[in-house]
Design a protein around this ligand. Sequence first.
Ligand code: HEC
Length: 147
Amino acid sequence: MHKIALVTIALSLIAAPALAGPKEDAVAERQAFFKQLGGNMGPLAKLLKGDYDAATAQQHADAIANLTTKDISGLFVEGTSTADMPGKTEALPVIWEDMDGFAAKYKALGEAAANLKAEAGKGKAQLAAAFGQTGAACKSCHTSFRD
Ligand code: HEC
């Protein structure tokens, strides 16, 4: 009995930091995901403005392409839109009304990112074209689905 009680206490201590709840966790995780995308797009923009460096360009393009292979559908759980959690998220309710449309925008980003990965290390002009295409895919989804 004593042992069980101790285990119970230990488990509740482990679980404590996650008490924010699965919805908050999903929002935090998807925001961290998008932040990583932004964190790799920024340096590419800098490379285009300044001195192009193939290795650095490739590194960030690889990171973006890898990120976009992730299935993010599980992070858009019901009840986590701007209507449900105002001030906590920028995910518009229309995402849940048009999951197919949302998924299509994400798929388009994945394709743009794969091309970015293929082109980024070839030269500044190639990076510029692929970067523009990728940025357009980001913007296209934000326009429809992000507040
Ligand atoms: C399929 C749709 C979609 C695509 C494609 C997309 N985003 Fe987003 N983005 C969102 C949504 C929805 C949010 C709001 C998330 C939230 O607040 O819960 C968001 C939020 C963000 C944020 C804010 C994160 C934070 O700190 O809260 C950044 C930065 C961002 N996106 C960058 C990008 C970049 C860069 C790209 C392209 C490489 C991109 N996004 C592509 C849908 C998308």
